[in-house]
Design a binder for this molecule. Structure first.
Ligand code: M6R
Length: 364
């Protein structure tokens, strides 16, 4: 049941500190502070390239993973949505590994993409939340998310636990490839271990986000901007808002604004900026300035250092804990989930069963 919560989605958002913790426990050895994935029948050090395929929110998890794996593990990654990948008949490298991400493990396009990759000789790894699912059964290696059943159609805890597993995978590949030094691994493991605590802190912004939701509920369009690891989170935030509140929203790479979408901006368009104070902060900040100068109402999601630099330029701010760059996407997901949730509740839409959508898409 929903317990004390009004909706499954709300319950699942609030479960995130616990289920991220459960997922970390499965893969981190607390004694050595190292990550240990299940044994695999192959080594990532032999892989020439990694192909990641998924749909919807799981696809955005793949985009975050691309950034992590290329940056920290030195392995080139292609990411695609399953419905495009499967019909393009892409050539796949000898000795390649293909990774499929699916909460349900039953998404038809993702399964078809898996079968295609298998027919092309790829080693098949999947990240699923349902151990007995078809995708799990057809994989060489299964990495589980320990999110527990996700009932709300809008995926929340499945996404942040997928990111948790993908972070562990990126570190493992980095170790095997020799691109991640022992102390770097220890620093990332340490940051990951603190994510449940920080996630719980982020949940304290619920009331503030509920108020902010009032400003968004009447908008016709909403833009979400981010760079680097923030870009997939911008797209995830936009997808959450679209699917449960029916407000048109787009997630954009902040640096792409001046290549077109900035023409949309006036006082009526709320702009949600996802900008932890990482190495790209100054760049994102200047994109935010451009948007604010055109009358856009900016909701700025950042940390203490970021807000003290730029907080006064925004119409509203959300302050998250200052964390290592690597783990920021996991935490910055939570406020955009809560914002979408409160907008939908305010509008009175069916949060857990939005129109036209099914929890698991088993048709083409
Ligand atoms: O079960 P899957 O992870 O394979 O599902 C993929 C998408 O259908 C799913 O993430 C969908 O986009 C969600 N409704 C997003 O909230």
């Amino acid at each position: 049941g929903k317990g004390n919560y009004n909706h499954f989605m709300q319950k699942e958002i609030f479960e995130q500190p616990a289920v991220i913790g459960d997922t970390l426990h499965a893969f981190i050895n607390p004694a050595t502070q190292t990550i240990k994935l299940p044994d695999m029948p192959f080594s990532f050090a032999d892989a020439t390239r990694l192909t990641i395929v998924a749909c919807g929110t799981s696809f955005y998890a793949g985009l975050v993973a691309k950034h992590w794996i290329e940056r920290y593990a030195g392995l080139g990654v292609d990411v695609d949505v399953a419905s495009e990948f499967r019909y393009r008949c892409p050539p796949l490298p000898k000795g390649g590994v293909a990774l499929f991400i699916s909460q349900s493990g039953e998404t038809l396009d993702t399964l078809a993409a898996l079968r295609y990759a298998k027919s092309k000789g790829q080693k098949i790894v999947s990240i699923v939340n349902v151990p007995e699912s078809t995708i799990a059964r057809e994989s060489d290696v299964v990495l589980l998310t320990y999110a527990g059943p996700e009932i709300g159609v809008a995926s929340t805890k499945a996404f942040t636990t997928q990111l948790t597993v993908l972070a562990c995978l990126a570190v493992t590949i980095g170790r095997e490839n020799g691109t991640l030094a022992k102390d770097e691994e220890a620093a990332i493991v340490n940051a990951l271990t603190e994510v449940p605590k920080h996630a719980a802190e982020v949940l304290h912004h619920d009331e503030a986000l509920k108020k902010l939701a009032l400003d968004i509920a009447d908008a016709r369009d909403v833009l979400y901007l981010g760079r680097g690891l923030g870009y997939p989170i911008a797209m995830e935030g936009a997808l959450k808002l679209k699917e449960i509140s029916y407000i048109h929203a787009e997630g954009y790479a902040a640096g792409e604004m001046k290549h077109g979408p900035i023409a949309l901006i006036d006082q009526s368009v709320p702009i949600i900026v996802i900008a932890p104070s990482d190495e790209l902060f100054e760049k994102t900040a200047s994109n935010m300035q451009e948007a604010a100068a055109r009358g856009g109402r900016v909701i700025f999601i950042s940390d203490g250092p970021g807000l003290s630099k730029l907080g006064d330029m925004a119409s509203a701010t959300v302050e998250l804990p200052k964390v290592a760059d690597f783990v920021a996407p996991i935490l910055y997901t939570i406020p955009v989930q809560m914002l979408a949730y409160h907008v939908a509740v305010h509008k009175g839409t069916d949060v857990d069963q939005p129109r036209n959508l099914a929890k698991s898409v088993t048709v083409e």
